[in-house]
Design a protein around this ligand. Structure first.
Ligand code: ADP
Ligand code: MG
Length: 393
């Protein structure tokens, strides 16, 4: 088991905590502060241990000078300070004298937040390529390191792997919680049902390969269903098709015909808009002009029949183009069914989590909504997570 913050002595020490403060910002305002709130347990625990708390996080992507201003982390220091009801000192540097002096003068229970770690990407992608010297420098600022950024745990960056390679390290409460839940899937209760959707088959091949032997059923909706339907010989019109993966789908369908469950009807339109006239069609009736944009009502009922007895469900990828009201019914219906029937469901994937977040009243009835879409996906693919490996070294 990976060491957690409780397994190491952080009392009175300078503790570097890598958080995931990568929050959505619009018009200079934080749109959703879930990720900041998710970091509070670990930060409060460190404060209770009289630690000097040094926080690091990335925000957005930094490719050019013009990306700097909109990804300034100062806005997070302000919000965090409100949530903690305590001063959070923001240092507008990722390295340098001012930063070092501020840290030198910290007292127990002080909190500082450094500028966006990806500001270092402007100068040769030092953060994102895990520049060894940068990881070593950040590690030199503290005495212990806590990785609590689940959203980047599948990446090898200077601010996670780099620091962990140079300091005594452990994971924080958020990462611990995410991992504990995902580990339930290593020895799942049965029936274990996986719901896959979203856009591309190619994004989910790793997940299919890893889960098809472990799960009892894989229900496939969303855009990726059409590559499977085409592989089965159906006309899918102008629906999204991943032509390079048709033979892959044929192989999976042949080997696991009793496990892979495909849509039997589809909501179609001639264009992707709310003004478009929609039809419900059996899959054999899809015409060459149709675009399949959501699963149909019979498919919803079919999928529910597999879900109703499930002991655990993993869901990645919306059932349709949920961003458009016309095509969100499939996603919403499945979500409502899972929530109302208290079916133990783990949701991973950025868009899937966003679709759920739109349904505030149902959100709390879902067992777990992962804060890290990419990280969850890589876990489901059976891959090792570099951020953890560096701590387990
Ligand atoms: P996640 O982020 O949860 O892993 P993906 O990124 O794989 O999910 O997929 C989400 C995207 O898939 C959404 O933008 C949605 O509009 C799109 N999508 C879902 N169904 C369809 C469809 N039938 N045709 C085209 N795009 C679709
Ligand atoms: Mg996505």
């Amino acid at each position: 088991m990976t060491k957690t913050i409780k397994d190491i002595d952080i009392k009175n020490k300078k503790v570097i905590i890598r958080c995931d403060f990568n929050v959505p910002i619009n018009d200079g305002k934080i749109v959703d502060d879930t990720r900041i709130r998710a970091s509070l347990d670990t930060i409060k625990y460190a404060l209770n241990q009289n630690a000097k708390v040094i926080l690091l996080s990335h925000l957005g992507r930094i490719k050019e000078e013009s990306d700097l201003k909109k990804n300034d982390l100062k806005i997070v220091a302000t919000r965090l300070s409100e949530l903690l009801n305590k001063e959070v000192k923001f240092i507008n540097q990722t390295r340098g004298r001012q930063l070092e002096n501020t840290i030198d003068s910290m007292k127990p229970q002080d909190i500082v937040l450094l500028q966006n770690t990806r500001y270092e990407d402007l100068n040769g992608k030092k953060e994102s390529t895990n520049d060894l010297e940068l990881g070593k420098y950040w590690a030199s600022l503290g005495e212990v390191f806590i990785n609590d950024a689940f959203g980047t745990i599948h990446r090898s960056h200077a601010s996670n792997v780099g620091i962990a390679s140079n300091l005594e390290s452990a994971i924080g409460f958020l990462v611990e919680k995410e991992l504990t839940i995902l580990q339930e899937l290593d020895t799942p209760q049965h029936p274990y049902v996986v719901i896959l959707g979203g856009a591309k088959v190619s994004d989910k091949i790793g997940v299919i390969n890893n889960l098809v032997t472990k799960a009892d059923y894989i229900l496939i909706g969303g855009g990726m269903a059409f590559t499977f339907l085409k592989a089965n010989g159906y006309e899918v019109g102008k629906s999204l098709v991943d032509n390079e993966n048709i033979s892959y789908c044929q192989k999976v369908l042949k080997n696991y015909s009793d496990k892979i469950i495909l849509p039997i009807d589809i909501k179609t339109a001639f264009e992707i808009s709310n003004e478009a006239q929609v039809s419900i069609k059996k899959i054999a009736d899809i015409s060459i002009e149709d675009i399949g944009l959501d699963i149909g009502p019979e498919t919803i009922t079919l999928f529910e029949s597999y879900l109703k007895d499930a002991r655990i469900v993993v869901w990645n990828g919306p059932m349709g183009v949920y961003e458009i009201t016309n095509f969100k019914r499939g996603t919403d219906s499945i979500l409502t069914f899972l929530a109302d029937n208290h079916i133990k469901t783990i949701i991973g994937g950025g868009d899937t989590a966003a679709a759920v977040s739109n349904n505030y009243n149902l959100k709390d009835k879902i067992y777990h909504i992962s804060t890290g879409g990419g990280a969850t996906l890589e876990y489901l693919e059976g891959k090792k997570l570099p951020g953890l490996e560096a701590i387990n070294k």
